[in-house]
Design a protein around this ligand. Structure first.
Ligand SMILES: *Cc1c(COP(=O)(O)O)cnc(C)c1O
Length: 308
C-alpha cells in the first residue's frame, strides 16, 4: 500500500498486486497460486488452460506448472497478427508450455478434445478456466479484500472508493464478495477494459452469486458497479489521453501501467472522479499487474520513437 497523495482533490492510495513476488505478480499470480494449491492437493500431471499470446494468466500458469514438472498446455485463439511473440508468450515458451492455436470459434471444442485425449492416454489433466475464472479465482480476491481491510486498520483510515481494471470480472467478484461478507460501505468500481454492459456486469453478478449462494441476489446486484464508459476503442488499444497518463504516472510515481489493463483503469478512474464530481474522498487504486505488457508497450513506443 502506497500513499500517492492528492489526486483530483481526493487522497489516492495504491495497492501493488503487481509486486506479488511470483512471476512478475499481478492478479493472475494471486489467483494462480490458489489454483495450484488445489492442483497440489490432487493427483494431476498436466495443466490445461486458455489465453492469448499476451495473457498474463498463461505466463503465471506456465511458470507454476514448470516449477512442479507438470506438463502445461495453453489453448489460444488465432490472432490477427498471427500471434507475434510477446514477453508473456516468450516466457511461457521458456517454461516449456505447449501452445495450441485455433480459431476462436473452435476454442471450446478444442479444450474438451484436448482434455479427453489426455484422459484416454491415461493422463490426469487439471483445467483452469481462462483468466483464473471461477470460485477459486474469486476467493483469491476475497483474500485481497481482507488484506485491504487490514491495511485500512494500520493506516487508521477507511477507503470510500476502490478502482481497478475489470476484465472477466473475477477480481471484482472477489472484492465485492469480501465487502458483502463484512457488510462494508466502500464503493467498488470496476473499470471495464473490454466488455460492454449488460454482459460485463452480468458476469460479475453471476460470479458473486456462485461464490455467495446464500446472499440476497438484490443485494449482490446493488453492489456491482461495472463501468463500461472508459473502454476507448478495441481491447488492447489506448487513446492519446491514456498514453499521456501512463507516462505521467511512470514519471511522477515510478509506477508502470500498461495500455490493456492498468493504464485503462487508471485513466478510467481519473475520468470517473471528474464525471461523478468525487472530491475529498479516500480512493484506492488496485494495481492488477501486467508488467510484461508494460514492456511490450515500451518496445512498441520506442520503435515508433514517440514515447519513452
Ligand atoms: C486479467 C487482468 C485483469 C482483469 O482481471 P479479471 O479478474 O479478469 O477481471 C486486470 N489487470 C491485469 C493486469 C490482468 O492481467
Amino acid at each position: 500500500m502506497t500513499d500517492l497523495g492528492n489526486f483530483e482533490d481526493n487522497h489516492l492510495y495504491i495497492k501493488r498486486d503487481d509486486l506479488i513476488p511470483y512471476s512478475f505478480g499481478g492478479n493472475k499470480a494471486r489467483k494462480g497460486l490458489l489454483f495450484f494449491e488445489d492442483i497440489d492437493a490432487g493427483d494431476y500431471d498436466t495443466v490445461v488452460t486458455y489465453g492469448s499470446t499476451r495473457s498474463n494468466h498463461c505466463r503465471v500458469v506456465a511458470n507454476l506448472a514448470a516449477e512442479r514438472g507438470l506438463c502445461c498446455i495453453l489453448i489460444s485463439p488465432k490472432e490477427e497478427d498471427g500471434g507475434a511473440p510477446t514477453f508473456n508468450s516468450i516466457y511461457t515458451a521458456i517454461c516449456g508450455a505447449r501452445r495450441i492455436q485455433v480459431p476462436v470459434s473452435e476454442v471450446h471444442d478444442t479444450i474438451e478434445q484436448t482434455l479427453s485425449d489426455l484422459r484416454s492416454k491415461g493422463k490426469k489433466p487439471y483445467f483452469i478456466p481462462g483468466g483464473g475464472h471461477g470460485n477459486i479465482g474469486t476467493r483469491a480476491y476475497v483474500n485481497c479484500y481482507e488484506e485491504i481491510r487490514e491495511e485500512e486498520r494500520e493506516l487508521g483510515i477507511s477507503f470510500d472508493y476502490l478502482f481497478f481494471a475489470s476484465g472477466t470480472g473475477t477480481t471484482q467478484a472477489g472484492l465485492v464478495a469480501g465487502k458483502l461478507l463484512h457488510g462494508d460501505e466502500i464503493a467498488i468500481v470496476g473499470i471495464s477494459i473490454a466488455r460492454k454492459n449488460p454482459r460485463g456486469r452480468d458476469v460479475v453478478v453471476a460470479s458473486v452469486r456462485e461464490y455467495l449462494p446464500e446472499e440476497d441476489p438484490a443485494v449482490i446486484d446493488a453492489n456491482v458497479a461495472f463501468d463500461d464508459a472508459y473502454i476507448q476503442g478495441a481491447y488492447g488499444t489506448a487513446s492519446s489521453g491514456e498514453q499521456a497518463l501512463i507516462r505521467q504516472v511512470m514519471v511522477q510515481y515510478g509506477i508502470p501501467l500498461d495500455t490493456t489493463y492498468t493504464g485503462k483503469a487508471f485513466y478510467g478512474m481519473q475520468q470517473y472522479v471528474r464525471d461523478h464530481a468525487v472530491t475529498g474522498k479516500n480512493v484506492l487504486f488496485l494495481h492488477t499487474g501486467g508488467a510484461p505488457l508494460f514492456f511490450d508497450d515500451l518496445l512498441a513506443a520506442g520503435g515508433r520513437g514517440d514515447e519513452t
